[in-house]
Each structure stands twice: as structure tokens, then as C-alpha cells.
Design a binder for this molecule. Sequence first.
Ligand code: MF3
Ligand code: CO
Ligand code: CO
Length: 261
Amino acid sequence: MITLKTEEQIQRIKESNRILGITLAEVAKAIQPGVSTLQLDKIAEQCIRDHGAIPGCLGYEGFPATLCTSVNDVVVHGIPSDKVVLKDGDIITIDTTVLKDGFYGDFAYTFPVGNISAEARKLLTVTKESLYKGIAQAVAGHRLGDVSNAIQVHNESNGYSVLRELAGHGIGREMHEDPQVDNYGMRGNGKKLVPGMVICIEPMVCQGERYVNFDDDGWTVRTADHKLSAHYEHCVVIRKGQAEILSSYDLIKEVLKERFI
Ligand code: MF3
Ligand code: CO
Ligand code: CO
């Protein structure tokens, strides 16, 4: 069931996403060769708690950390570890959620570590572009398939593939609400978008084929061909005309400066 949000509820989701923007900027400051993903997790947890919010992923269906830290061929749900140490040329997706005043925010960004290859840079650029192409279709009166198709077409026309096993979603009092927001689909298909719907749009894009496997930890999703994968996520509210994006990459941009992709 899709629950439409009031303006007051939308402001709470926005506040949770604001804290996530601050948190990912703090994490961005620490992302460099030699740092472990567990160190990044501790920075994030502290920052979230300092802002009076609760890490939403910690304990969610047994997930053991605040951040999902997904390096290189890991698509999503990588578990922070002192054994995973970043090195020059890696890419790392940080995806996390917080809960504050009863409402969730959910936010992801793929960062370069040091100097990355031109191929990796292109993957990041195209994946992020596809997020905004999806958002551009997220307009009242359109259908979910319009969003999904825009994401799929942009990635596939650049030679990439999109994950089908996982998708975006509604958000609010629950981290994952209806509707499911696929990253592939047909224009004109699916549920109609209505003002007040709040959805997370989150393309998960593979440099090679879209097939994935789970690691033995039951969480880590890895490309079967071990090629790179990228993932960006924004929370948006459907409006008449353009969607309003409730999360922001501005603080990350300030940290990354000319390395911002
Ligand atoms: N943030 C993820 C999403 O975009 C979900 C994280 S799963 C968890 O939907 F177990 F880490 F919470
Ligand atoms: Co997320
Ligand atoms: Co999400």
C-alpha cells in the first residue's frame, strides 16, 4: 500500500536526509587509501548520533553496521570491516539510512578513492546521470515505468547493465515502503505517480553483466564477472511538475572539490 505524505511528514524525511548529507560529507573527508571501511562506519555512526538520529541500517534484518560499504565489484550491502582497506584507484559506494522523529532518510553515493581509471570515472558519471534522468521522469501523472525506463535506457545505451534483483522503494515511517521502483521497465507501465508520494530512486549499475552473487555473509552483493559497479540514491517527493529532491550532494561536492564527479 502506498501512503502519501503530508507536508509535515515530508519535512521530517527531508531532515533525516539532511543529516545523511552531513554524514556522507564527513565520511568523504576520510575516504583515502589506507582507511578501512570499519573506520568509515565509526565516523558515520558518531555523526548520526551527534545529530540526534538513529542509524537505520544497524540491526535492520540483522545487518551489523551503520553503513553499507561496497567496494569495486560489490554492488550493495558490503559490511564494514577492518580487513577491507581502501587503496588508490578503488571506488566505494556508501549507502545508509537514518531514522529521526519517526521518519527515515536513505542516501547513497559512489566515491573515487585517490586517482581512478577513466573507465571507472565514466561508470560513476553515467550512473549518476541516470539517477537524474529517472528523477526528471518522476512527475505527477507519469508512471513508474517512465522512471525505470529512463534509468535503464541511459545505462544500457552506454554499454552498462542494471541490477534487477534489487530496486528503489517508497520511504516514510518504514525504510522500505511501496511502491517498488525498478531500474528497468517500460514507459507507460506501472503505477501512476501522485503528489505526496515519497520514493527512493537508486540505480545500481554494472560495468559488465548484470548478474550478481551473494557472499557467504548473506549480505554482500557482488557482480558475478567481478567488474565494477556503482550506485547513487536520492529521496524525492512527487509534485506537480518537477519532483523535489529531499537529499543533496552539495556537502559532498564541497569536500571532493574538483574530484566531484
Ligand atoms: N539503504 C538501502 C536501500 O537503499 C538498504 C540498506 S539494507 C540494510 O534500500 F540492511 F543495510 F539496512
Ligand atoms: Co540506500
Ligand atoms: Co534505498
